[in-house]
Design a protein around this ligand. Sequence first.
Ligand code: FAD
Length: 393
Amino acid sequence: QEEIVIIGAGQAGAQMAQSLRQGGFEGPLRLIGDEPHPPYQRPPLSKKFLAGDIGAEGLWLRPPAFFSTNNIDLIPNTRVVAIDRAAKRLNLENGSTLSYGKLVLATGTYARRLPLAGADKQGVVTLRSIADVDAIRESLKACNRLAIIGAGYIGLEVAAVARALGKEVSVIEAQDRVMKRVVSETVSSFFATLHLSHGIDLRLNTGIECLQGESAVSGVKLTTGEVIPAELVLIAVGAEPNDQLAAEAGLDVDNGVLVDGCGQTSDPDIYAVGDCTRFYSNRYKRSVRMESVQNAIDQAKIAAQSLLGEDVDYDPLPWFWSDQYDIKLQIAGLSEGYDTTVVTGSPESHKFYVAYLKENQLIAVDSINAARSHMMARRVIGETWRDGLLPEA
Ligand code: FAD
Protein backbone atom coordinates (compact mmCIF):
# COMPACT_ATOMS: atom_id res chain seq x y z
CA GLN A 1 0.00 0.00 0.00
CA GLU A 2 1.31 3.46 -0.80
CA GLU A 3 2.47 5.75 1.99
CA ILE A 4 -0.04 8.04 3.70
CA VAL A 5 1.31 11.24 5.23
CA ILE A 6 -0.78 13.35 7.60
CA ILE A 7 0.22 16.98 8.17
CA GLY A 8 -0.86 18.23 11.60
CA ALA A 9 -0.64 16.04 14.71
CA GLY A 10 -3.71 17.41 16.47
CA GLN A 11 -7.17 16.05 17.22
CA ALA A 12 -8.07 15.26 13.61
CA GLY A 13 -4.61 14.06 12.56
CA ALA A 14 -4.36 11.63 15.48
CA GLN A 15 -7.87 10.31 14.81
CA MET A 16 -7.05 9.88 11.13
CA ALA A 17 -3.94 7.83 11.92
CA GLN A 18 -5.82 5.67 14.39
CA SER A 19 -8.81 5.12 12.10
CA LEU A 20 -6.55 4.17 9.18
CA ARG A 21 -4.83 1.51 11.27
CA GLN A 22 -8.11 0.29 12.76
CA GLY A 23 -9.57 0.13 9.27
CA GLY A 24 -6.77 -2.21 8.20
CA PHE A 25 -4.27 0.11 6.52
CA GLU A 26 -0.92 -1.63 6.78
CA GLY A 27 1.26 0.63 4.63
CA PRO A 28 3.67 3.28 5.90
CA LEU A 29 1.90 5.99 7.89
CA ARG A 30 3.47 9.25 8.99
CA LEU A 31 2.00 11.92 11.27
CA ILE A 32 3.92 15.18 11.07
CA GLY A 33 3.36 17.99 13.56
CA ASP A 34 5.11 21.28 14.18
CA GLU A 35 4.60 21.18 17.95
CA PRO A 36 6.98 19.38 20.33
CA HIS A 37 4.19 17.35 21.98
CA PRO A 38 2.31 14.20 21.08
CA PRO A 39 -1.24 14.92 19.83
CA TYR A 40 -3.22 16.60 22.59
CA GLN A 41 -6.69 17.90 23.43
CA ARG A 42 -7.13 21.64 23.18
CA PRO A 43 -10.42 22.13 25.08
CA PRO A 44 -8.78 21.86 28.53
CA LEU A 45 -6.24 24.53 27.53
CA SER A 46 -8.65 27.31 28.47
CA LYS A 47 -10.19 25.30 31.30
CA LYS A 48 -8.47 22.75 33.60
CA PHE A 49 -4.99 23.06 32.14
CA LEU A 50 -4.95 26.85 32.51
CA ALA A 51 -6.31 26.46 36.04
CA GLY A 52 -3.44 24.08 36.85
CA ASP A 53 -5.87 21.25 37.68
CA ILE A 54 -4.22 18.93 35.16
CA GLY A 55 -0.71 18.76 33.75
CA ALA A 56 0.33 18.33 30.12
CA GLU A 57 0.21 14.52 30.37
CA GLY A 58 -3.50 14.86 31.15
CA LEU A 59 -3.95 16.36 27.68
CA TRP A 60 -2.48 13.57 25.57
CA LEU A 61 -5.08 12.14 23.22
CA ARG A 62 -3.41 8.71 23.20
CA PRO A 63 -0.79 7.23 25.49
CA PRO A 64 2.60 8.17 23.95
CA ALA A 65 3.36 4.48 23.22
CA PHE A 66 0.22 4.24 21.08
CA PHE A 67 1.94 5.57 18.01
CA SER A 68 4.93 3.24 18.00
CA THR A 69 2.74 0.28 18.98
CA ASN A 70 0.57 0.98 15.96
CA ASN A 71 3.51 1.58 13.68
CA ILE A 72 2.59 5.24 13.19
CA ASP A 73 5.67 7.32 12.53
CA LEU A 74 4.97 10.40 14.69
CA ILE A 75 7.33 13.20 13.67
CA PRO A 76 7.11 16.20 16.07
CA ASN A 77 8.80 19.62 15.78
CA THR A 78 8.52 19.47 12.01
CA ARG A 79 6.78 22.05 9.90
CA VAL A 80 5.72 21.38 6.32
CA VAL A 81 6.30 24.53 4.26
CA ALA A 82 5.21 23.45 0.78
CA ILE A 83 3.41 20.71 -1.11
CA ASP A 84 4.78 19.78 -4.53
CA ARG A 85 1.75 18.02 -5.98
CA ALA A 86 3.36 17.13 -9.29
CA ALA A 87 6.23 15.29 -7.56
CA LYS A 88 3.99 14.20 -4.63
CA ARG A 89 6.57 15.56 -2.25
CA LEU A 90 6.57 17.78 0.84
CA ASN A 91 9.16 20.41 1.65
CA LEU A 92 9.94 20.63 5.33
CA GLU A 93 11.13 23.70 7.18
CA ASN A 94 14.35 21.89 8.11
CA GLY A 95 15.24 21.71 4.41
CA SER A 96 14.49 18.05 3.82
CA THR A 97 11.76 16.56 1.65
CA LEU A 98 9.32 13.71 2.13
CA SER A 99 7.31 11.89 -0.50
CA TYR A 100 3.70 10.79 -0.14
CA GLY A 101 1.26 8.50 -1.89
CA LYS A 102 -1.82 10.03 -0.31
CA LEU A 103 -1.72 13.20 1.77
CA VAL A 104 -4.04 14.35 4.56
CA LEU A 105 -4.13 17.97 5.71
CA ALA A 106 -5.10 18.27 9.39
CA THR A 107 -3.52 21.63 10.06
CA GLY A 108 -6.24 23.17 12.25
CA THR A 109 -6.54 26.90 12.81
CA TYR A 110 -4.54 29.80 14.20
CA ALA A 111 -5.79 32.47 16.59
CA ARG A 112 -6.96 35.57 14.74
CA ARG A 113 -4.94 38.70 15.51
CA LEU A 114 -6.38 42.20 15.62
CA PRO A 115 -4.96 45.05 13.57
CA LEU A 116 -4.72 47.15 16.73
CA ALA A 117 -2.01 49.67 17.47
CA GLY A 118 0.06 48.21 20.30
CA ALA A 119 -0.95 44.58 19.64
CA ASP A 120 2.72 43.67 19.23
CA LYS A 121 3.62 44.70 22.78
CA GLN A 122 4.93 42.24 25.29
CA GLY A 123 2.08 40.81 27.36
CA VAL A 124 -0.38 40.68 24.46
CA VAL A 125 -1.19 37.04 23.84
CA THR A 126 -3.48 34.58 22.08
CA LEU A 127 -4.40 31.06 23.20
CA ARG A 128 -4.23 28.04 20.96
CA SER A 129 -1.45 25.75 22.19
CA ILE A 130 0.24 24.32 25.27
CA ALA A 131 3.08 26.79 24.69
CA ASP A 132 0.59 29.69 24.74
CA VAL A 133 -0.92 28.53 28.04
CA ASP A 134 2.49 27.94 29.61
CA ALA A 135 3.34 31.56 28.81
CA ILE A 136 -0.05 32.87 30.00
CA ARG A 137 0.19 30.96 33.27
CA GLU A 138 3.66 32.37 33.88
CA SER A 139 2.47 35.93 33.19
CA LEU A 140 -0.63 35.49 35.35
CA LYS A 141 1.56 34.64 38.33
CA ALA A 142 3.19 38.04 38.11
CA CYS A 143 0.20 40.15 37.15
CA ASN A 144 -2.97 41.21 38.81
CA ARG A 145 -5.03 42.60 35.97
CA LEU A 146 -6.03 40.71 32.87
CA ALA A 147 -7.98 42.22 29.99
CA ILE A 148 -9.63 39.86 27.53
CA ILE A 149 -10.66 41.10 24.14
CA GLY A 150 -13.58 39.03 22.87
CA ALA A 151 -16.45 37.43 24.79
CA GLY A 152 -16.56 34.14 22.91
CA TYR A 153 -16.01 30.72 24.48
CA ILE A 154 -12.29 30.98 24.93
CA GLY A 155 -12.36 34.52 26.30
CA LEU A 156 -15.09 33.69 28.79
CA GLU A 157 -13.50 30.40 29.86
CA VAL A 158 -10.22 32.15 30.54
CA ALA A 159 -12.08 34.91 32.41
CA ALA A 160 -13.64 32.30 34.71
CA VAL A 161 -10.31 30.59 35.41
CA ALA A 162 -8.43 33.85 35.98
CA ARG A 163 -11.13 35.05 38.35
CA ALA A 164 -10.84 31.82 40.35
CA LEU A 165 -7.10 32.54 40.54
CA GLY A 166 -8.00 35.86 42.16
CA LYS A 167 -7.19 38.16 39.21
CA GLU A 168 -9.00 41.35 38.26
CA VAL A 169 -10.54 40.56 34.89
CA SER A 170 -12.08 42.81 32.26
CA VAL A 171 -13.76 41.36 29.19
CA ILE A 172 -14.21 43.75 26.30
CA GLU A 173 -16.64 42.85 23.53
CA ALA A 174 -17.62 44.84 20.45
CA GLN A 175 -21.03 43.13 20.14
CA ASP A 176 -24.03 43.84 22.35
CA ARG A 177 -23.99 40.41 24.00
CA VAL A 178 -21.62 37.57 24.84
CA MET A 179 -21.18 34.54 22.52
CA LYS A 180 -23.53 36.30 20.09
CA ARG A 181 -22.39 34.28 17.09
CA VAL A 182 -23.60 31.00 18.57
CA VAL A 183 -26.26 31.35 21.27
CA SER A 184 -29.60 33.10 21.75
CA GLU A 185 -30.22 36.18 23.85
CA THR A 186 -31.45 34.07 26.76
CA VAL A 187 -28.19 32.13 26.93
CA SER A 188 -26.04 35.24 26.38
CA SER A 189 -27.84 37.06 29.13
CA PHE A 190 -27.49 34.07 31.49
CA PHE A 191 -23.72 33.98 30.95
CA ALA A 192 -23.34 37.76 31.19
CA THR A 193 -25.12 37.71 34.56
CA LEU A 194 -22.98 34.77 35.66
CA HIS A 195 -19.73 36.57 34.86
CA LEU A 196 -20.90 39.82 36.46
CA SER A 197 -21.82 37.90 39.62
CA HIS A 198 -18.27 36.56 39.74
CA GLY A 199 -16.90 40.09 39.59
CA ILE A 200 -15.89 40.27 35.92
CA ASP A 201 -15.78 43.79 34.52
CA LEU A 202 -17.79 43.02 31.38
CA ARG A 203 -17.91 45.71 28.70
CA LEU A 204 -20.30 45.11 25.83
CA ASN A 205 -20.74 47.34 22.76
CA THR A 206 -17.24 48.53 23.41
CA GLY A 207 -14.68 49.56 20.82
CA ILE A 208 -10.93 49.64 21.35
CA GLU A 209 -8.67 52.47 20.28
CA CYS A 210 -5.29 50.88 21.00
CA LEU A 211 -3.21 48.97 23.49
CA GLN A 212 -1.07 51.20 25.65
CA GLY A 213 2.32 50.76 27.28
CA GLU A 214 6.03 51.06 26.62
CA SER A 215 7.54 47.80 25.41
CA ALA A 216 5.11 45.91 27.64
CA VAL A 217 1.36 46.46 27.58
CA SER A 218 -0.11 48.47 30.46
CA GLY A 219 -3.71 48.96 29.43
CA VAL A 220 -6.46 48.92 26.84
CA LYS A 221 -7.61 52.31 25.60
CA LEU A 222 -11.28 52.27 24.64
CA THR A 223 -12.83 54.44 21.93
CA THR A 224 -14.51 56.38 24.71
CA GLY A 225 -11.05 57.46 25.90
CA GLU A 226 -11.21 55.36 29.06
CA VAL A 227 -8.17 53.21 29.77
CA ILE A 228 -8.59 49.77 31.36
CA PRO A 229 -5.31 48.96 33.11
CA ALA A 230 -3.93 45.47 32.36
CA GLU A 231 -0.50 43.86 32.46
CA LEU A 232 -1.74 40.96 30.34
CA VAL A 233 -4.08 41.22 27.36
CA LEU A 234 -5.60 38.12 25.79
CA ILE A 235 -6.91 38.54 22.28
CA ALA A 236 -9.68 35.97 21.88
CA VAL A 237 -11.53 36.99 18.74
CA GLY A 238 -11.78 33.70 16.90
CA ALA A 239 -9.63 31.58 14.66
CA GLU A 240 -8.64 31.34 11.00
CA PRO A 241 -8.00 28.11 9.12
CA ASN A 242 -4.45 27.02 8.35
CA ASP A 243 -5.20 26.68 4.64
CA GLN A 244 -2.19 28.52 3.24
CA LEU A 245 -0.26 25.34 2.38
CA ALA A 246 -3.25 24.09 0.42
CA ALA A 247 -3.81 27.43 -1.31
CA GLU A 248 -0.17 27.73 -2.32
CA ALA A 249 -0.31 24.20 -3.71
CA GLY A 250 -3.25 25.25 -5.92
CA LEU A 251 -5.97 23.34 -4.09
CA ASP A 252 -9.46 24.88 -3.92
CA VAL A 253 -9.66 26.98 -0.77
CA ASP A 254 -12.29 29.39 0.52
CA ASN A 255 -11.70 30.28 4.16
CA GLY A 256 -10.88 26.61 4.71
CA VAL A 257 -9.66 23.81 2.47
CA LEU A 258 -12.66 22.78 0.37
CA VAL A 259 -13.52 19.10 0.75
CA ASP A 260 -16.40 16.87 -0.32
CA GLY A 261 -18.41 14.49 1.85
CA CYS A 262 -15.48 12.04 1.87
CA GLY A 263 -12.95 14.65 3.00
CA GLN A 264 -11.35 14.73 -0.45
CA THR A 265 -9.91 18.03 -1.73
CA SER A 266 -9.80 19.14 -5.36
CA ASP A 267 -6.78 16.80 -5.73
CA PRO A 268 -7.93 13.16 -5.42
CA ASP A 269 -4.65 12.24 -3.70
CA ILE A 270 -5.12 14.85 -0.99
CA TYR A 271 -7.67 14.77 1.81
CA ALA A 272 -8.29 17.34 4.56
CA VAL A 273 -9.98 16.97 7.94
CA GLY A 274 -10.86 19.00 11.04
CA ASP A 275 -10.84 22.73 11.70
CA CYS A 276 -8.95 23.58 8.49
CA THR A 277 -11.74 22.32 6.21
CA ARG A 278 -14.90 23.74 4.70
CA PHE A 279 -17.58 21.45 3.29
CA TYR A 280 -21.12 21.56 2.04
CA SER A 281 -23.63 20.36 4.61
CA ASN A 282 -26.77 18.80 3.20
CA ARG A 283 -28.33 19.20 6.60
CA TYR A 284 -27.79 22.97 6.61
CA LYS A 285 -27.86 23.49 2.84
CA ARG A 286 -24.76 25.66 2.97
CA SER A 287 -21.03 25.34 3.30
CA VAL A 288 -19.75 25.18 6.85
CA ARG A 289 -16.41 25.29 8.63
CA MET A 290 -16.55 23.76 12.09
CA GLU A 291 -14.19 24.27 14.99
CA SER A 292 -15.02 21.41 17.31
CA VAL A 293 -13.74 18.15 18.65
CA GLN A 294 -16.86 16.43 17.29
CA ASN A 295 -16.04 17.56 13.76
CA ALA A 296 -12.33 16.75 14.01
CA ILE A 297 -13.07 13.20 15.14
CA ASP A 298 -16.07 12.38 12.96
CA GLN A 299 -14.70 13.88 9.77
CA ALA A 300 -11.38 12.10 10.25
CA LYS A 301 -13.16 8.77 10.74
CA ILE A 302 -15.15 9.27 7.54
CA ALA A 303 -12.13 10.41 5.51
CA ALA A 304 -10.13 7.39 6.72
CA GLN A 305 -12.92 5.09 5.55
CA SER A 306 -12.93 6.83 2.19
CA LEU A 307 -9.15 6.48 1.86
CA LEU A 308 -9.62 2.78 2.53
CA GLY A 309 -12.06 2.54 -0.35
CA GLU A 310 -15.42 2.75 1.39
CA ASP A 311 -18.34 4.75 0.04
CA VAL A 312 -19.10 7.38 2.68
CA ASP A 313 -20.73 10.77 3.11
CA TYR A 314 -20.12 13.13 6.01
CA ASP A 315 -23.17 15.05 7.23
CA PRO A 316 -22.83 15.37 10.97
CA LEU A 317 -25.03 16.84 13.62
CA PRO A 318 -22.56 19.30 15.17
CA TRP A 319 -22.20 19.45 18.93
CA PHE A 320 -20.00 21.47 21.24
CA TRP A 321 -19.48 22.37 24.88
CA SER A 322 -17.99 25.08 27.09
CA ASP A 323 -17.21 25.10 30.82
CA GLN A 324 -17.38 28.38 32.73
CA TYR A 325 -17.20 28.31 36.55
CA ASP A 326 -19.46 25.41 37.56
CA ILE A 327 -21.63 25.75 34.48
CA LYS A 328 -21.50 23.36 31.54
CA LEU A 329 -22.98 24.67 28.33
CA GLN A 330 -23.65 21.97 25.74
CA ILE A 331 -24.81 22.80 22.25
CA ALA A 332 -26.44 20.37 19.85
CA GLY A 333 -26.99 21.51 16.26
CA LEU A 334 -26.45 24.92 14.68
CA SER A 335 -29.10 27.44 15.70
CA GLU A 336 -28.47 29.93 12.90
CA GLY A 337 -31.70 30.87 11.16
CA TYR A 338 -34.04 29.96 14.04
CA ASP A 339 -37.37 31.80 14.30
CA THR A 340 -38.55 30.67 17.75
CA THR A 341 -36.95 29.67 21.03
CA VAL A 342 -38.52 27.71 23.86
CA VAL A 343 -36.92 27.83 27.31
CA THR A 344 -37.46 24.88 29.64
CA GLY A 345 -36.26 24.92 33.25
CA SER A 346 -35.12 28.08 34.96
CA PRO A 347 -32.00 30.14 34.35
CA GLU A 348 -32.16 31.19 38.03
CA SER A 349 -31.62 27.57 39.09
CA HIS A 350 -28.66 27.28 36.67
CA LYS A 351 -30.31 24.32 34.96
CA PHE A 352 -32.30 24.85 31.80
CA TYR A 353 -32.28 24.38 28.07
CA VAL A 354 -33.21 26.48 25.09
CA ALA A 355 -34.72 24.76 22.06
CA TYR A 356 -34.32 26.56 18.72
CA LEU A 357 -37.03 26.03 16.13
CA LYS A 358 -37.18 26.93 12.50
CA GLU A 359 -40.54 26.58 10.79
CA ASN A 360 -41.62 24.32 13.65
CA GLN A 361 -38.63 22.04 13.31
CA LEU A 362 -36.18 21.59 16.15
CA ILE A 363 -32.76 22.58 14.80
CA ALA A 364 -30.63 23.10 17.90
CA VAL A 365 -30.65 22.94 21.69
CA ASP A 366 -28.40 24.74 24.16
CA SER A 367 -28.33 22.90 27.49
CA ILE A 368 -27.08 24.53 30.66
CA ASN A 369 -26.14 21.99 33.34
CA ALA A 370 -28.68 19.72 31.66
CA ALA A 371 -26.64 16.86 30.21
CA ARG A 372 -29.64 14.57 29.72
CA SER A 373 -31.40 17.15 27.57
CA HIS A 374 -28.24 17.57 25.53
CA MET A 375 -27.91 13.85 24.83
CA MET A 376 -31.59 13.61 24.00
CA ALA A 377 -31.36 16.65 21.72
CA ARG A 378 -28.47 15.13 19.80
CA ARG A 379 -30.47 11.99 19.19
CA VAL A 380 -33.73 13.72 18.33
CA ILE A 381 -32.25 16.35 16.01
CA GLY A 382 -29.81 13.91 14.48
CA GLU A 383 -32.32 11.21 13.71
CA THR A 384 -35.61 12.89 13.02
CA TRP A 385 -34.65 16.44 12.17
CA ARG A 386 -38.07 17.40 13.49
CA ASP A 387 -39.23 18.94 16.70
CA GLY A 388 -39.43 16.26 19.33
CA LEU A 389 -40.38 16.06 22.96
CA LEU A 390 -37.49 16.80 25.24
CA PRO A 391 -37.37 15.89 28.92
CA GLU A 392 -37.39 18.42 31.73
CA ALA A 393 -34.07 20.20 32.17
P1 FAD B 1 -5.64 21.12 15.86
O1 FAD B 1 -6.01 20.32 17.05
O2 FAD B 1 -5.44 22.58 16.02
O3 FAD B 1 -4.31 20.48 15.26
C1 FAD B 1 -3.64 21.01 14.13
C2 FAD B 1 -2.17 20.75 14.29
O4 FAD B 1 -1.52 20.97 13.03
C3 FAD B 1 -1.49 21.72 15.28
O5 FAD B 1 -0.68 21.01 16.16
C4 FAD B 1 -0.68 22.63 14.37
O6 FAD B 1 0.43 23.18 15.02
C5 FAD B 1 -0.29 21.65 13.28
N1 FAD B 1 0.14 22.28 12.02
C6 FAD B 1 -0.44 23.31 11.37
N2 FAD B 1 0.24 23.59 10.23
C7 FAD B 1 1.27 22.72 10.16
C8 FAD B 1 2.34 22.53 9.22
N3 FAD B 1 2.44 23.28 8.13
N4 FAD B 1 3.24 21.54 9.47
C9 FAD B 1 3.12 20.74 10.56
N5 FAD B 1 2.14 20.90 11.48
C10 FAD B 1 1.23 21.86 11.28
N6 FAD B 1 -13.78 22.23 20.82
C11 FAD B 1 -14.83 21.64 21.44
O7 FAD B 1 -15.53 20.83 20.80
N7 FAD B 1 -15.13 21.93 22.74
C12 FAD B 1 -14.39 22.80 23.48
O8 FAD B 1 -14.68 23.04 24.65
C13 FAD B 1 -13.27 23.42 22.86
N8 FAD B 1 -12.47 24.27 23.56
C14 FAD B 1 -11.36 24.78 22.95
C15 FAD B 1 -10.52 25.60 23.69
C16 FAD B 1 -9.37 26.13 23.11
C17 FAD B 1 -8.47 27.00 23.91
C18 FAD B 1 -9.07 25.84 21.76
C19 FAD B 1 -7.83 26.43 21.12
C20 FAD B 1 -9.90 25.04 21.02
C21 FAD B 1 -11.06 24.49 21.60
N9 FAD B 1 -11.92 23.66 20.89
C22 FAD B 1 -13.00 23.10 21.51
C23 FAD B 1 -11.70 23.40 19.46
C24 FAD B 1 -10.97 22.08 19.25
O9 FAD B 1 -9.84 22.01 20.06
C25 FAD B 1 -10.59 21.99 17.77
O10 FAD B 1 -11.78 21.96 17.02
C26 FAD B 1 -9.75 20.75 17.45
O11 FAD B 1 -8.53 20.78 18.13
C27 FAD B 1 -9.51 20.69 15.95
O12 FAD B 1 -8.64 19.64 15.64
P2 FAD B 1 -7.66 19.75 14.38
O13 FAD B 1 -6.87 18.50 14.38
O14 FAD B 1 -8.43 20.13 13.18
O15 FAD B 1 -6.71 20.98 14.70
